[in-house]
Design a protein around this ligand. Structure first.
Ligand code: XIL
Length: 392
């Protein structure tokens, strides 16, 4: 389990340092290793913030994942204004200096060599890198990184590539083609900036597995699961379920090497600044108290070992019906609880399953008009043990 750390609370806050140093075994710098932090002016390197992260991790026996060498964002304008040849040289030099600085340090185990090279449809992002250098900058960057730190695992990282979709398929095809050309791509990072109101991505485990089958390692690199603030118990429960789902997907794929959470406390999260009206995306609240999401991650990790979960969820509340139309209706019920986490609900009419839901409500469609239905709801947990005695 990893966490991204921010420089100033790491320097100044005991509670932050204590949790960061004891609950995680891998650290990513949230900003301190990005180009604008490490090389603000050409060939003027600034190491203090990056070194502080590496030193903290070293003191705590933690690994460091380097983030990130080549990105279109948080890259100074002097880089963006270079012509093609000068840009290529500046990129190679930046990689040589930054990855090279930590190459002999056993704590630094991996690098995001390129970050977010695709647009949202899965085409190459039309960044200044692509405009000036074409897509060849990607292979070039990986080769430069291998030369700078031959022992580090070298990764490509992106968002909205968690499930099987057009963008993750583009990433899959790129990784496959780069490896066919002997470009040293060792790992794929699934950022995983999720939101409960958008649903859990489809086929995460299958997506991880197809990358694993290419021979690359997979990691969840920037996990946070935001919600529309304010928090409440039901949003917290759904968020916890999503955290469970992500941990379980990774546990099910042997080449999934771990999960890094993008921060750990809601006190310092990029979410409210970036997605107005949303937040509370992490596993500790703003006062460093553990949230249901913390327990979900903890228990999913424990459940991934040899201790079977024999305690089923409690029986869900009797479903209430609303929004009845000729062919549909919305059901809502009181949530179940579980010793680990409730992962979802199934709604039945007799033995026929009418639908499933990750939350404690479901809209049924395709019902027959003028027909009475009697339904019951069954809760599931991570061990897939159903709740007892379905209630009509
Ligand atoms: C974010 C940081 O969390 C913010 O503090 C910063 O202002 C902007 O960048 N994808 C990435 C990360 O790869 O580097 C981003 O981090 C979040 C999205």
């Amino acid at each position: 389990m990893g966490a991204a750390l921010a420089t100033s609370p790491l320097a100044g806050e005991t509670a932050y340092r204590t949790i960061a140093g004891t609950e995680f075994n891998q650290i990513t710098a949230e900003n301190a290793m990005k180009w604008d932090a490490t090389e603000p002016s050409q060939n003027q390197f600034s190491w203090s913030a990056a070194d502080a992260i590496v030193n903290f991790a070293t003191q705590n026996g933690q690994q460091v994942h380097g983030h990130t060498l080549v990105w279109h964002s948080q890259t100074p304008s002097w880089v963006q204004n270079l012509g093609a040849d000068a840009l290529r040289s500046a990129m190679r030099n930046h990689i040589a200096q930054v990855a090279g600085r930590y190459a002999a340090n056993p704590a630094v185990v991996s690098w995001d060599v390129v970050n977010e090279v695709f647009d949202d449809s899965g085409n190459m992002r039309d960044s200044f890198w692509y405009q000036k250098l074409g897509d060849g900058y990607i292979a070039d960057a990986f080769r430069a990184a291998r030369a700078a730190d031959p022992d580090a695992r070298l990764c490509i990282n992106d968002y909205n590539v968690e499930g099987v979709n057009a963008k993750s398929t583009a990433m899959y095809n790129l990784v496959k083609s780069l490896r066919a050309q002997n470009v040293p791509v060792d790992c794929v990072g699934l950022q995983s900036h999720l939101a409960i109101q958008y649903g859990f991505p489809g086929q995460v485990q299958q997506n991880m597995q197809r990358f694993a089958d290419l021979g690359v390692e997979v990691r969840v690199t920037e996990l946070d699961i935001r919600l529309q603030t304010p928090r409440d118990a039901s949003k917290d429960a759904q968020q916890a379920t999503y955290y469970t789902n992500m941990v379980n997907a990774c546990l099910a794929v042997s080449r999934c090497s771990g999960i890094t959470i993008w921060g750990f406390t809601d006190k310092y999260s990029w979410v409210p600044d970036t997605f107005p009206g949303q937040g509370a995306a992490l596993i500790y609240d703003e006062g460093y108290n553990r949230k249901p999401a913390y327990t979900a991650v903890h228990d999913a990790l424990a459940g991934g070992g040899t201790t079977p979960d024999t305690t089923p969820p409690t029986v869900p509340g009797t479903p209430a019906v609303s929004a009845v139309t000729a062919s549909g209706a919305t059901l809502t019920w009181a949530a179940s609880t579980d010793n680990r986490a409730v992962t979802g609900y199934d709604v039945y009419s007799g033995t026929a399953k009418l639908g499933s839901s990750a939350s404690s409500s479901l809209t049924l469609t395709g019902l027959s008009p003028q027909t009475a239905y009697t339904v019951h709801v069954v809760a599931r947990d991570g061990a897939r043990s159903p709740s007892p005695a379905p209630r009509p």
